[in-house]
Write a protein that binds this ligand. Structure first.
Ligand code: SF4
Length: 378
């Protein structure tokens, strides 16, 4: 193996480029099996670069054309990353989690109940069905929540006891440090808050694991206190897109809950969970301008909300499967000032108790949270 620097300079730029271009693998079996379909990062593989573990697309059409190629890992799991055939970094693939070998007494594999994200995050989609996914006219065009269910790789409703059993094993066997619970949106006014609360309660009764719950804003803000009392530590309410017309076009069902309602819900949730413990997920590259994303981020930060901006990656089989990923320079132009804004406001991914902002594997944003950048920016 060619010796190269294991912590490459310009780490954030390399992550931006990899998340934009994707990665070809000499050995597709390296590391944790990549996921196809489902919620969250799909068609990706967890890759450790320097001190960061990030999710890199490996199954997208763009990835098959990528200038980046990972050589077969050596006995220690290290692999040389090539760009156009030239070694640029040493990377590693986190090993497959041990809890994937287990199943419940009823014979449900643990991996159909929850999966490993990044290097230390247990992630589950409690309800794998969604009212927004029933019809082509309502579905979020980037979402694949029904694909893994249709393929039999997951189950429709993860029961609280199943989640507790898997979470306990994942902590004990694999050192999982926090948990993300997302859900498809049910046809109830709580928009999933109730099922997340009962799930968090069961997990917390079994193991002391910080939990982030993710749902649309419920109709009643009292759900925030109920979720918190049930064991939810951090809350994600994901805007995905910030420009109203784009929301209407690309996520017509979810756009029925307007941005204004999200802002009210953020203002109500922050006093319950704490500053920096409420976050949102924004997909850059779907048409929002840099100014629109940074303007929204400024508003969110002023409320104490962490805006987790990630590059959009198309998922095979979705209406947006051919939509390009954003250019690395577009991501850099957003993440650099955003990292400075976060640092200046004292919002840090490290301080988030659980969830996507803490994990950070879907974006280079955490690498941009640096004081020198804040100094340079003002
Ligand atoms: S940032 Fe969120 S969605 Fe992405 S790998 Fe981490 S936990 Fe999963």
């Amino acid at each position: 193996m060619t010796p190269v620097c294991s912590t490459p300079p310009g780490l954030e730029q390399l992550i931006n480029e990899l998340q934009s271009s994707g990665l070809r693998l000499v050995d597709p079996k390296a590391g944790i099996a990549s996921r196809r379909g489902g919620a969250g990062p799909s068609d990706h593989k967890a890759v450790t670069i320097g001190d960061r573990t990030v999710m890199i697309p490996v199954h997208t059409a763009q990835a098959f054309e990528s200038p980046f190629m990972a050589e077969r890992p050596d006995a220690s799991g290290q692999s040389v990353l090539l760009r156009d055939g030239v070694p640029v970094a040493t990377i590693a693939f986190p090993a497959g989690p041990r809890f994937y070998q287990l199943q419940t007494a009823e014979g449900v594999p643990y991996s159909k109940i929850a999966v490993m994200h990044g290097s230390d995050v247990l992630a589950t989609t409690v309800l794998q069905t969604c009212i927004r996914y029933q019809s082509r006219t309502k579905t979020c065009q980037f979402c694949a929540i029904g694909q893994s269910l249709a393929a039999g790789r997951t189950i429709a409703h993860k029961q609280p006891a199943q989640l507790a059993e898997v979470a306990e094993a994942a902590v004990r066997l694999d050192g999982v440090r926090h948990m993300v619970m997302t859900t498809g949106t049910p046809a109830t006014s709580d928009r999933g808050a109730a099922v997340l609360a009962e799930s968090a309660f069961a997990v917390k009764a079994a193991v002391n694991l910080p939990i982030q719950a993710q749902c649309e804003p419920p109709d009643d803000d009292d759900w925030f206190a109920r979720m918190k009392a049930s064991g939810v530590d951090s809350l994600g309410m994901h805007l995905e897109i910030v420009t109203p017309e784009l929301r209407q076009r690309l996520m017509p069902g979810k756009a029925g809950v307007p941005v204004e309602r999200y802002m009210q819900a953020f203002a109500a949730a922050v006093p319950v969970f704490g500053r920096g413990q409420v976050s949102t997920y924004i997909l850059a590259g779907l048409g929002d301008s840099k100014e629109a994303i940074l303007g929204m981020a400024e508003l969110l930060i002023s409320l104490g909300v962490y805006p987790f901006v990630v590059p959009f990656v198309p998922i095979s089989g979705t209406p947006l499967e051919s939509h390009p990923t954003p250019d690395p320079s577009f991501m850099h132009a957003i993440l650099e000032p955003l990292g400075a804004m976060l640092w200046s406001a004292g919002l840090r991914s490290l301080d988030v108790k659980a969830g996507c902002a803490k994990c950070g594997a879907c974006s280079a944003l955490a690498s941009y949270e640096k004081p020198d950048r804040a100094v340079g920016a003002f």
